[in-house]
Design a protein. Sequence first.
Length: 283
Amino acid sequence: MKLFSQRKGLKPSAATLQLDSMDAGLRSRLWDVVSETYWLDRESDNFTHYRNGDLLQLVRTIWHRYFKRPVDTISDDFRPCLADLRSYFFNCEWNEVYDFLEFLAKVEPTQRSQTEFTEACNQVLEQELSAYRFIGSEIVPISSHEETEAIEQALQISGKLTPIGLHFERAVALFADRKKPDYRNSIKESISAVEAICRLIGSNPKATLGDAIKQLESRVSIHPALKDAFGKLYGYTSDADGIRHSLLDESKLRPEDAKYMLVSCAAFVNYLVAKSAEVGITF
């Protein structure tokens, strides 16, 4: 949202995505989300002591698993702990802020709190032009709402499709690893998810993706252009310079390659699930 001074050109506004940095506004607003989710709703009376066992357990988990500090250094008064947490958050590197947010999302004991937390973070990340979003409990470099929605939908599939969701979870984790991203294997997991659902639809658990895609038309109504596109995609991931059969040219794989495959494969899986439902195929 641009205010008066920014619209008049009297004050600069953020014009580029925050990819390898984090400005003070983004950091501050993310801290507010953390505070409102984990501290402010759980304590009262100026945090003079721990009233809520969940909060004490969360602090112990942060000290033991994230900071790797002895838990017997935790004060009985929450205020010094809060000061330590705040100091870390506002002084650590930009990528460590995302590490901390991910950690909280993964250790939070209730799914409801996790969902509220990641959704609130995503709202701030979008408004402050961060190049990252929560997908599940992982922060990944995807900025489009439509892309995020496609992957989220694919992650939530269940029943017989659960293994497909697991492929996407792994693809996201490999893609999102900020220390050592593995784009090659992220792409492999994405295409494996497509292969798995095509095998299910075609009732041929041993079919290659190429064969399974050819068999789709006999069971679901799929646009020929989409079938051809993913047939060619299979060819790319299987040729001498591709993903599955060779480690050659691995250095040429870029984040945009893995992102494209993740989003495209998630959207295609969602499409096939919907098309299968239309003809009465259940999983």
